[in-house]
Design a binder for this molecule. Structure first.
Ligand code: SIN
Length: 553
């Protein structure tokens, strides 16, 4: 069956989080279509973000200090050029949000309230509504988008594939999507992937259900260059709930520990004091591993929120308290159970500083992109900033490309054969198994044996997926089928990159290679199905930093 109709627009943005909406606003008055598979524009990780936005605004701070903290947290693997751009654009980005009406929290003197978070050398994180910064940011951007006539929004619409010209001069021509109108080919001169992360590849995650690596998988299938896929950041303190039925685990923000919350073992004793000089405020990867190792040994771990609630007041943590109460827990009465959970993917589609990918016509920004700013370990509260800064940079580059004729109008995509979708219940079962495999073998601590076991199990799972009984395409069937297909595309690539990185660095820890290795201070890049370069180590651009070696375990 052929797609129902062709529609044409020069610019299409896939994803409606901070990166996608920020790019759409910066592109106005250029006509743009924003596509999201969720029923409304409230989508992706942005509305759930409890941390704030980092920016060097204080008198004792500078972009240079913020940059050096970012490099340090990144375990010596950041791209110094893009991370410098990020930190230099911080103050301008906050100023832009203020003009859009973002209700940042204020200190008593009326100035922006600035908090210090783990691994930041200065107080430079601004919040809105305490732990509700992401929600306030999403609401601010959505209000602007709804008031911008040049932005057209397609909700409940799943982007299934990028449509390409054939070799030798491969170029993007548009997208194959499925939504309430059925199948549709959308011609586009420029496509921006802003489709978020892939936290749903793990059983325990802070990510919403829509974070299934769709954009990364689409780019992979189009042979676009990817990098740093082995680096998934696990947050140490998600709320461990009795039966999450595979849904996201509520986050207990790091700001709680910043305000004095304590990590306790099953005997009610603090254990981080003996693990790291900064105790509860040690880097996120160190705390997550300390919690995860104890849990793997059968111990329950808890967070005592009471010191933080006493110091900052309950009004500072509305989302945290709502989540606890929703699960029948009262943190004012005693410690609550926690678990580490997949939180943020540092790797993704390789972009240059303008957000261009290796495929002409395709840009990427936000969590799906790998700009290199986060290296092996993202500094807290740098992700919303990255989404906003690079969403804006992508928009500027597209405007320039349109103005100088680098995006000549081209014929719309050819009609293509439509994929056959599978039964949603069977897809859900495959997804659940994939998430178990990833949590068991590709989690906080990895080794060769576990990774090869995961690779084999994922290959078997893919074969099962291909053989599933087919179902008629509908809004109810296409999205779950496309999400399972995406997870089955990206999870083996994470395993491949993790096997390739034979060292421990940042969020990637290997039992069989516990040391950080100077000869691995390089980026693992790969292209799907490229037999000549299954996973390559590529030098970092602007490579001028020292090469310290230390053990992370
Ligand atoms: C948190 O609030 O702990 C998360 C912040 C972040 O991921 O940057």
């Amino acid at each position: 069956m052929a797609p129902r109709r062709l529609s044409e627009t020069p610019i299409v943005i896939v994803g409606a989080g901070a990166a996608g909406l920020s790019a759409a606003l910066a592109l106005a008055p250029q006509p743009v279509i924003v596509i999201t598979k969720t029923p409304s524009l409230t989508s992706g990780s942005t509305p759930w973000a409890q941390g704030g936005i980092a920016a060097a605004l204080a008198a004792d701070d500078s972009a240079c200090l913020h940059h050096s903290d970012t490099l340090e947290a990144g375990a010596d693997l950041c791209d110094p050029t893009t991370s410098q751009m990020l930190t230099e654009d911080g103050p301008r980005t906050i100023a832009r949000l203020l003009t859009l009406g973002m209700p940042f929290d204020r200190a008593d003197d009326g100035r922006l309230a600035m908090a210090r978070e783990a691994a930041h050398s200065r107080a430079r994180v601004v919040h809105a509504g305490g732990d509700s910064t992401g929600k306030a940011l999403a609401e601010t951007l959505i209000a602007q988008v709804e008031a911008t006539p040049s932005i057209q929004v397609m909700t409940a619409t799943t982007v299934v594939d990028l449509a390409l010209d054939g070799a030798p001069d491969q170029r993007l021509r548009g997208l194959l999507v499925h939504g309430p109108q059925g199948w549709q080919m959308i011609a586009a001169d420029a496509v921006v992937l802003a489709s978020g992360g892939m936290g749903m590849a793990w059983q325990e995650t802070t990510n919403p259900a829509e974070n299934t690596g769709d954009g990364l998988a689409m780019a992979a299938r189009a042979q676009v260059l990817l990098a740093d896929l082995e680096f998934m950041q696990f947050h140490p303190t998600a709320l461990r709930v009795a039966d999450s039925s595979g849904a996201r685990l509520p986050l207990l923000t790091e700001a709680l520990r910043g305000a004095g919350a304590l990590l306790l073992d099953g005997q009610g004793q603090r254990f981080m004091v003996g693990e790291h000089p900064l105790a509860e405020l040690a880097p996120r990867d160190v705390v997550a591993r300390a919690v995860g190792l104890r849990q793997a040994a059968g111990e329950d771990i808890f967070l005592d929120l009471r010191p933080a609630l006493a110091r900052e007041g309950a009004a500072h943590f509305p989302q945290v308290l709502e989540s606890c109460h929703a699960h029948g827990l009262d943190p004012s009465l005693g410690p609550v159970p926690i678990a580490p959970a997949a939180h943020y993917h540092m790797g993704g589609v390789v972009t240059d500083p303008r957000g261009r990918t290796s495929l002409p016509g395709l840009w990427a920004c936000g969590e799906v992109a790998c700009t290199g700013v986060h290296g092996a370990n993202r500094l807290a509260s740098n992700s919303l900033l990255e989404a906003l800064v690079f969403g804006d940079r992508v928009a500027s580059d597209i405007v320039l490309a349109l103005a100088d004729g680098r995006l000549p109008p081209r014929p719309g995509p050819r009609m293509q054969t439509l994929p056959q979708v599978a039964d949603p219940a069977a897809c859900a079962e495959i997804t659940a198994t994939l998430r178990q495999i990833m949590s068991r073998h590709v989690g906080l601590i990895r080794d060769h044996q576990g990774l090869t076991t995961a690779a084999d199990a994922l290959a078997d799972l893919s074969a099962r997926f291909d053989a599933l009984p087919k179902a008629a395409a509908s809004v109810e069937t296409v999205r779950p089928w496309a999400e399972t297909r995406a997870l089955l595309t990206v999870a083996p690539l994470v395993v491949q990159a993790a096997l390739q990185r034979q060292e421990s660095r940042g969020a990637h820890a290997r039992l069989d290679y516990p040391e950080r290795r100077a000869d691995h201070r390089q980026r693992v890049t790969l292209r799907l199905g490229d037999p000549a370069t299954p996973a390559q180590i590529a030098p970092l651009p602007g490579d001028t930093l020292p090469l310290p070696t230390r053990s992370l375990l």
